[in-house]
Structures are given as C-alpha cells and as structure tokens.
Design a protein around this ligand. Sequence first.
Ligand code: ADP
Ligand code: MG
Length: 474
Amino acid sequence: MSKTSESVWMECLSFIKDNIKPQAYKTWFEPIKPVKLSGEALTVQVPSKFFYEWLEEHYIKLLRVALVRELGDQAKLIYDVRMENTYSSNNAQTVKIPSANRNPLKSQKVSIPLESKRELKNPFVIPGLQKVKIESQLNPNYNFDNFVEGDSNRLARSASMAVANKPGGTSFNPLLIYGGVGLGKTHLAHAIGVEIKDKYADKTVLYISSEKFTQQFIDSVKSNTRNDFIHFYQMIDVLIIDDVQFLSGKAGTQDVFFHIFNHLHQNGKQVILTSDKAPVDMQDIEQRLLSRFKWGLSAELQSPDYETRVSILHNKLFRDGVDMPEEIVDYIAKNIKSNVRELEGVVISMIAQASFNRKEFTLELAREIVDKFVKNTKKEVSIDYIQKVVSKYFDMDVATLQSKTRKRHVVQARQLAMYFAKRMTKSSLANIGNQIGQRDHATVLHACKTVDNLTETDKQFKKYVEDLTKKLTF
Ligand code: ADP
Ligand code: MG
C-alpha cells in the first residue's frame, strides 16, 4: 500500500505515544493534522505559531526519529500554521473572517523569549528546506484577471502588477493604493497577493485588515506577548494591510506598525497598504509613519468613467453567464457612477429579481433597481425630492402642492412635505417654508404640530405618514 500523509502520521504518532507522557501527547500531538505528503516531505497543520515553536523546542528530536523511521533520513517536516479560519473562497462579497480564537497571538500562554528562538536548531534543516507556512488570508476571487482596466485605475493597476512581479524589488515600496469606497482597493490588494503566491510559492504573504491588526496588537499587549506579535509580522515577506485610515488616532498600534514596517522595508520585504485617503489628507497618523507611506508610490483609484463602467458590467455578466440587452447595460452604466460595488450590486439584484419572479430583464426592472440603489445611498434627501415624492403619492403635481389653495387634501400634502423636510433634512424652518411655496417659519412649525397630532388621532393619516416614510427611506 502506498503511503499517505495520514498513514505516515499515524505511524509516527504510535511511536511518539510510546515515548512521552499521555498528557503531553494529548496536548501537543493530538491537535496536529497531517495534510500532505510529497516525497519525503510531510506537511502537518498546527493550530498556531506558538504551537509550532513549542514543538520545535521540545519535541523535535522525537519527531525526527519518528519521521526518519517512516520516511528515511531525507525526511522533512513542513509546518502549516493555521492563523485563523481561511477564507471560504466562493463568496467574496459577504465573507468576513471570523474573529479569531485560533489566533496565535491570543492563544499563546507562554511567551517565548526571542533569543532562545534564534538559537533553536531544527535538526531537519538543510537550510531552506524547512519552512513555516502561514495562511495568507487571500481571496482568490480577487485577482488581476477579473480586475477590469480603465483610465480610472490604470496607474494603480500597473503599479500593482509591477509589485506582484517583483515583490520588494521595485521602488514601489510601500505601495499605497487609495481611493473612495467600492473602487477596488481591496480587490487590487488581494490580486497582488494572489499573483505573488502564484509566482513565488515560497514567499510568505499575509493580508490583514487594519482593524484586525489593531485587535491582534491589543490582545498581544493584554497577554504580554507583544514581542511575539512583532516577531510574527517581521517574518512576513509580503505584508498587505487594508484600510490603514483605521489606524488613525491609535498611537500604540501605529508605533508597533512603524517598527514592523521598518524591519520589513530594511530587509527588502514588500509592504502594500490601502487607504480611503491620500497620505496628505490622513488625520491623526503620526508624521514619521506618514513619511514612510510616502517613500514608495501612492496610486489613486478614481471613479470609473462610462467606458470602464460598461466593461466592468460586461465582465461581471460574462462571469455570471448572463445575457443582458445592451440598452439595459447602458442604462445602468449611465446611472450608477461613483462606485463599482453598486454597479455589481445592481447586476446581482437584477439577476435575483429576474430569477425569483421569472421576470425578463427589462428596462423597467433596471429602473426600479437603479432607483433603489441611488436613493439608498443618498445621505440626506432634499426638500425638492420630498416634495416630488409627496405630490406623486397624492397624485398631484408639485406646483399644486406649493399653491395657495386651501383645499383640504392639498393642505395636508403640503403639511406632510414640511413635516418630512423638518424630519429628514437639516434645513431651518424658514428655509423649508421658503422652498415649499414661500411660507414663513411659523407655518412650517404649525404644519409639523398638525402632522404630529393627526398621526395620533387619524388612522388614515397615520397610514400616509408610514407610506411616505417608506417611500422616502427606500
Ligand atoms: P474598496 O476596497 O475600494 O472599497 P473593493 O475592492 O471591495 O472596494 O471593490 C468593490 C467591488 O467592486 C468588489 O466586488 C470588486 O471586485 C469590484 N471591483 C472594483 N473595481 C473593479 C474593477 N476595476 N474590475 C472589476 N471589479 C472591480
Ligand atoms: Mg476595501
């Protein structure tokens, strides 16, 4: 029977079990999982970096004997350090890495002095053969192949590719990718990592969000393992930190990052950062750190122009295997302008709606969906918009709503418009009155009170308020 990683590991375990105390066996060997056997190299997964170091320090001789018995004296042992749960790769948009309780920095109860670690000798090491593998936390769905090029992203994209081809070997170090929400910063950052893993399998790449980095740092301080935290990050060849604007105001984390950054940079390791702002506009980030950010290249991702939006839509539709009439694609591209995530969101909603309700892709459906997206992203509704929605709801035009007429249903509509303007905008009473048919502030105040009263006493009126609230907020 040919050997598998399981069979080899089973044999090793039975040997090990006979040679150490049961409690030690349980603690240090049961959690180990064999994952791969290739030639004389056995890869095992260990729950944390600490775990691996402990094994190396205390059980390496035993491991060696066991392995050599099974695989001969060329035996190699490769550790796969599970930092955290890995990305599930098929659902890029909703995936969040669960906050780690298998985080090595958290689970370390014993702290290992750095010195002894350096002296630690692994008898397997014929240099360069024994490796620690760290899960990269990369999402393979974010790659260069599906990152559509356009004027808005050309510089950032080509700088990213240059870095991916020669990590640490270009003047783009650090590479800082910045730009607004949903423009592809995270996508590009992953793409660099994915490409490097592909080209340079032996490089240790790590993607981490600034928030998580901060949390790990705080935890390491609490558990007195700050040095291990730093040391861990200093082992990385390609460090990708997403959304560094979240480091703002966090002096301790900035300080530790500064040291890690310097170490990596001095050793020719690549650092990739993303941020929602250019370095000059970053607030509450220490000057010395900002100046480091500027050492390399800051490349901006801008809002995609019309052509790029159309390409991105085509690309997405193609990948989803969906045919959509060109006039609809055009309609979406013309109306969703600022953000690629929304562009994709519209396509996803279209596909969902069409398949749930067995609807065709029609321009009307596109309008409905685009409308929702556009409204949802409005931070503040305008008084104009409120007047339009209220008039439409009561089947009158805006001019009627604003007119001097005393007809009851028009007065009510006008009062409702004023009420919502007060509730949903930051405008003053005077300004609201001015815009809704040139009334004074007292009239607006009176309208608000009337609506409040009627809502409590009149069921029909209450329904108006509810309906309109929905219409205005969705
Ligand atoms: P950010 O991190 O800047 O907020 P993301 O990287 O999360 O933005 O991008 C939002 C979504 O838009 C992702 O699904 C991403 O794949 C997609 N996206 C952004 N830019 C492009 C592009 N140029 N080509 C294809 N997809 C893109
Ligand atoms: Mg992002």
